[in-house]
Design a protein around this ligand. Structure first.
Ligand SMILES: *Cc1c(COP(=O)(O)O)cnc(C)c1O
Length: 405
């Protein structure tokens, strides 16, 4: 029998049909589905612009570029994240730095962000760990006081919302982030295979991100392989002859394009997103019921209880005091695996990675709460296609392996 992974995609007949139709249409790279997906996604999250790219790492890189972040600048993120939230700063020659997390939400702690603020900090990448939004209201207030840009890494939070002063706000569509990035990797809430979205209300950021997605090109004709943006009529061109072949490079860009069939899959998945979110919330509720009164398993904490059914729940991460229980985490993971339950540890504090230690001199002890979190965290299987029997298996197995000997 297959091991239950901590996360996986759900692909049904409608997804397959959408991909097949797109491929049969003849568009293999940029085609009509790209714009359709962007529009539908922008509408769903309540944003003015959405720019689809090949993955969320590219979206984070574009965020740094459009914000003009570069050498001499510092960008602060959470240590409890995937590498890309920090690497994007290094891509543009800035210094990635880390602020410790809140012990309840495992998200960047705004109080520490304020006290540790550095005069060269130009950007904050706030990560919505497990789908729960970072405290964007507090974080943006601190960042904007210092003139820094706020990027929300919402790779875990596709379709998520949060409550603030009685109102509900969509991640990607609220006023406390300048740019929001989403991932469509197969372990995330919905998938394009690989894919990412750069979301903003800012016209200039969106225009620049679009251009940088395709080599910084602007073009004369609609039919130039769908590459680049159209040449602006007012563009003051350095090249003298213009025609239907014509294109200009205005910036040093990249090939961060996504294919038409990936966007066809994205559109189809978007129409299933609510059912994914509902099932995730059901599973989380079952886990919480089973574990809440267990002294050995700490269930995920929320900043705001009213967010329980607004959160997208990409991950279900519990805390176990392995030391007190007298088992190592790897032996517990092995026992769980023998029961068909796969688990994962997300995340190793990024600054402890060898490259970060060598390049920036970061050392253990920098963010004590993130390190303590890392020692005790374990992410359990959570994905929409889990059956009720799968959920029961995870619960029973966890209760079994956390029984003190
Ligand atoms: C998955 C992930 C990314 C990177 O997304 P890709 O689409 O794989 O490039 C960035 N940040 C976080 C928090 C993620 O979970």
């Amino acid at each position: 029998m297959d091991i239950l992974p901590y996360g996986r995609q759900s692909i049904d007949a409608s997804d397959l049909q959408a991909v097949t139709e797109s491929i049969q249409s003849g568009w293999m790279t940029t085609g009509p589905k790209v714009g359709e997906f962007e529009e539908a996604f922008a509408e769903r999250v309540g944003a003015k612009h959405a720019v689809a790219v090949c993955n969320a790492t590219a979206a984070l890189h574009l965020a740094m570029l459009v914000a003009g972040i570069g050498p001499g600048d510092r960008v602060v993120t959470s240590p409890n994240t995937f590498l890309a939230s920090a690497n994007c700063a290094a891509f543009v020659g800035a210094t990635p730095d880390f602020c410790d997390i809140d012990p309840v939400t495992y998200n960047l702690d705004p109080a520490k962000l304020a006290t540790d603020w550095n005069s060269d900090t130009r950007g904050v990448v706030a990560v919505d760990y497990a789908g729960q939004t970072a405290d964007m209201v507090a974080i943006s207030k601190i960042a904007r006081q210092h003139g820094a840009i706020v990027i929300e890494d919402a790779c875990h939070a596709v379709g998520g919302q949060f409550e603030h002063q009685g109102g509900h706000y969509k991640i990607g569509g609220h006023p406390w982030a300048d740019i929001t990035t989403f991932s469509f990797h197969p372990v995330k809430t919905m998938t394009c295979g690989e894919g990412g979205m750069f979301v903003t209300d800012n016209d200039q950021y969106a225009e620049k991100a679009r251009r940088l997605r395709s080599h910084g090109m602007v073009r004369q004709s609609e039919d130039f392989c769908g590459l680049g943006e159209r040449v602006n009529d007012s563009s003051d061109t350095a090249l003298d002859e213009q025609g239907p072949w014509y294109y200009e490079m205005h910036d040093l860009g990249f090939n961060y394009r996504i294919t038409d069939f990936q966007c066809a899959l994205g559109l189809s998945q978007l129409s299933r997103l609510d059912s994914f979110l509902d099932r995730r919330r059901e599973i989380v509720a079952a886990y919480n019921d089973a574990f809440a009164s267990n002294g050995w398993i700490r269930i995920p904490g929320l900043r705001n209880e009213r967010d329980r059914d607004l959160t997208s729940w990409h991950l279900y991460t519990v805390m176990v005091d392995f030391e007190r229980l007298g088992v190592t985490r790897s032996s517990m993971m092995k026992s769980l695996r023998a029961k068909r339950v796969g688990t994962q540890v997300l995340y190793i504090p990024v600054y402890l990675q060898p490259w970060y230690q060598t390049t920036y001199g970061y050392r253990a002890g920098k963010c004590p709460i993130a390190e303590q979190y890392y020692r005790q965290s374990l992410s359990l299987p959570l994905f929409p296609e889990m059956s009720d029997a799968d959920v029961r298996l995870v619960i029973e197995s966890m209760l079994e392996v956390t029984k003190p000997k």
